[in-house]
Design a protein around this ligand. Sequence first.
Ligand code: PA5
Length: 424
Amino acid sequence: MIKFDASHAFLKEDILSYQDVVNQCHEMLHHKTGRGNDYVGWVDWANTYDREEFARLKAKASELRKICDVLVVCGIGGSYLGARAAIEMINGLYGKDKPEIIFFGNTFSSTYIAQVMEYIKDKEVAVNVISKSGTTTETALAFRLLKQFMEEKYGKQEAANRIVATTDKARGTLKTIALQEGYETFVIPDDIGGRYSVITPVGLFPMAVAGIDVDALMRGLKKASDDLENPDLHYNPAYQYAVARRILEKQGKDVEMLVTYEMQMTMVAEWWKQLFGESEGKEGKGNLPTSGTFSTDLHSLGQFVQEGKKLLYETLLLVDKPTLDVTFPSDEHNLDGMNYLAGKSVDWVNKMACQGTLEAHEVTGQVPNLIITMVDMSAESFGYMCYFFFKACGITCYMLDINPFDQPGVEVYKKNMFRLLGKN
Ligand code: PA5
């Protein structure tokens, strides 16, 4: 369901020559012998996930879909980016399906917080608070506001029915609150870290409330875990991508720009940035992940890619089949001179823009391009894509001798902030 093409990347080494090192990294992932091996629960998740919890999750989602206009998802980082990426990619940015999903608990911006509280005031609301640790400050601050709002609006009992907590199975402040208040709870598995958690209730519950076919997503995940189990670089596109990144880094390319040509995939790039940035950016190593939505950003960043400092490579994340298409109309007077496109599909125009840009960046600009092509933007493809990137990320980090599953550097800002806030 995913194709990988490195033929536009000026690779100076053969990807296949990395087979031995890839075999070792594959072994570490699959036999839990590498760094961070407590967090590889995602590798076999398509086979091991809790079916009873999955059914309960779908039932609760369908109950809330009937009674609410808005689901407020309260979480940050790995506890929010995946759900948002999936919902936007699969449903589109202006899908008509209710309820609307609003993301909250991911900022200290008082203006944003006040505007969301005002926006939901007179609507039918449900809440999904998501935090593995249960102590993340952005999320805890927002959830206290939401909890008080819900209890005032609906009374304690109905508020409890409309609040769902996704957290650790046994520990943490959020678990304690959920138990005490009687919220429905879903578990973030111990062995799956935040940025790998979109395939657990962290991502699946908000998606199910948004009307996404989570069974199809899990089918895609399973398909990918079967397809990508073979470490042979002839057949494993995720591993080819992992190796190509390392070769490009050796050739002096320290920045990877993930490029999509679909507006509704902008958040997929944000999710991908966390996955690769937080997994790889440590011990003074790693590529800086950045992103662009083309052709939109060709009118902003395009200049730099074409003629700026040669520090980056692009990874195109393309989609064969658009969710919807538009046929461009003819116009009798043709004052805008656009009749040369009359009768053409707008997706075809998009694909020609992509082809022309690839040629401009690769041939004229000498910017290496890796190309990843997905079939479509369905739930099944999303599940497949997640696993593709998870595996590529694990392997590419192990190739650098990095633990892909921790994030020690994230604590530094928190420590300083707590001191300034007077937290004991
Ligand atoms: O990837 C990560 O681990 C982080 O982005 C976390 O998901 C994020 O900090 C939120 O943490 P928590 O779920 O504990 O509130």
